[in-house]
Every structure is written in structure tokens, then in C-alpha cells.
Design a protein around this ligand. Structure first.
Ligand code: C5P
Length: 225
């Protein structure tokens, strides 16, 4: 069986990572969450005091890029890889609403994008990979064998994200989550470098009204053709 490359793009909280993880597990492929990489860079900027509610020192962040090491380490207990920033596990820290509120501003910077895209291309060079993000089918793997583009209504997505954050004990209101989802959609689709768009040859799934299982089975059929 020939190994293929699967690119999954779409808006935030559309269930991309759940689908990507399930596919990777089923196929025995590597799963890469590129959002985690942008989130780790945003966390770095926060830790260094380069970004805050009313300021963003982009120059300092750009200068620091050579000193940002991003790695994934497989956690056998969880069944997927966790994000490490300069050898520290940051899987929990990168999922907070605070990081979510800064990450799209960090992801707008071309120097950040080219560093991460280069690393992502390298990770996919042997195929057998499922990668999710915003620009995978358009920029990272324009020749991917299968491209999926996921959408769902903002309300559905905010409800999902809200439940996730509540489960983790994050003290956040539904309105904050909805506002964050809408803000990120806006920045991600309007930025100059690699905006979120559906690749021409991507297959679109609106999963507002279908179950995870249904969706997984539909996509699996596409893998087998
Ligand atoms: O996928 P996730 O919601 O964790 O991504 C967080 C943010 O990282 C997105 O809102 C987007 O700004 C950025 N991102 C990106 N390109 C990717 C993946 C994520 O710009 N390939």
C-alpha cells in the first residue's frame, strides 16, 4: 500500500484535529498539528513579554526566531504527539484562551510562517502524514494526494471550543470564546501571507450537522480510492 499525504484545512474548531488524529491512527500515519506550532510561537512571545493586550514587538520576535525550537514528541499514553517549545512540554499552556487571543497576530508574520512551513515540509517529505492547519493544501503540500476543507457555523464551533475549555477548567465565558473564534476567522482569512482559503482541489465538509463517526467514514472512503 502506497503511503499518501493528507492535508486538512479549515476554520478553527471545525473538528480538524479530531479527524486528523483518527485518520493517522487508523492508517498508521504521522499526525502533525500545525496550529500547535503557531501557538507555541505565540506562547514564546508572551513569555518574553513581546506581546500583550495592547502591544506587539514584532521586531524582537522576528529576531528571536532562530532561538525557537519546536518539536513533537509522541506520548504513548495519549496516542498522539505533544508540542515542545525549547525542550519544554507546552501542550497545556498553548491551549488557553490567552494564547488563542494572540496566535493569529503571530501567524500573520511572514518570517514566522516561512520558518514553520519549512519545518512542516521537511516532516512530510516521506509521506504517510496527516497534517492539519490553514495553509496545508495551498502552501505546505500543494501536491497532497487528498485535501479536505472543513467548515461549520461559528456558533457550532464556539460551542465545541467552549465545552473543551470548560472541561479543562479554563474560566472563560461563552461570549469570549465566540468572539475569539470570529476574530481568528477574520484575521486568518484576511492576512496577506497565506490566507485561509479552500484549495481548488480540496473536498469541502460542513460538519455542523454530522457526527464525528459519519465524517470519519466519509473521509476514509476518499482515502481508499
Ligand atoms: O488550529 P488552531 O486553531 O490551533 O490554530 C491556531 C491559529 O494558528 C489559527 O487561528 C491561525 O491563526 C494559525 N495557524 C495558521 N496556519 C496554520 C495553522 C494555524 O496560520 N497552518
Amino acid at each position: 500500500n502506497k503511503k499518501i499525504t493528507i492535508a486538512i484545512d479549515g476554520f478553527s474548531s471545525t473538528g480538524k484535529s479530531t479527524l486528523a488524529k483518527e485518520l493517522a491512527r487508523y492508517l498508521g500515519y504521522v499526525y502533525v498539528d500545525t496550529g500547535a506550532m503557531y501557538r507555541a510561537v505565540a506562547l514564546f512571545a508572551m513569555q518574553k513579554g513581546y506581546i500583550g493586550a495592547a502591544f506587539f514587538d514584532k521586531k524582537s520576535l522576528i529576531k528571536s526566531l532562530p532561538f525557537i525550537k519546536l518539536t513533537f514528541k509522541f506520548n504513548p499514553d495519549l496516542g498522539f504527539a505533544e508540542m515542545y517549545l525549547n525542550d519544554v512540554n507546552v501542550e497545556k499552556e498553548i491551549r488557553t484562551i490567552e494564547v488563542s487571543s494572540y496566535v493569529s497576530k503571530v501567524a500573520e508574520i511572514s518570517e514566522v510562517r516561512s520558518k514553520l512551513v519549512e519545518q512542516q515540509k521537511e516532516m512530510g517529505k516521506n509521506k504517510g502524514i496527516v497534517m492539519d492547519g490553514r495553509d496545508i493544501g495551498t502552501v505546505v503540500f500543494p501536491d497532497a494526494d487528498l485535501k479536505i476543507f472543513m467548515t461549520a457555523s461559528p456558533l457550532t464551533r464556539a460551542q465545541r471550543r467552549f465545552k473543551e475549555l470548560q472541561k479543562k477548567g479554563d474560566n472563560v465565558t461563552f461570549d469570549e470564546v465566540l468572539k475569539n473564534v470570529e476574530e481568528r476567522d477574520y484575521i486568518d482569512t484576511h492576512r496577506e501571507d497565506s490566507p485561509l482559503v479552500k484549495a481548488e482541489d480540496a473536498i469541502e465538509f460542513d460538519n455542523s450537522n454530522i457526527s464525528k463517526q459519519e465524517q470519519f467514514e466519509k473521509v476514509l472512503k476518499l482515502v481508499n480510492i
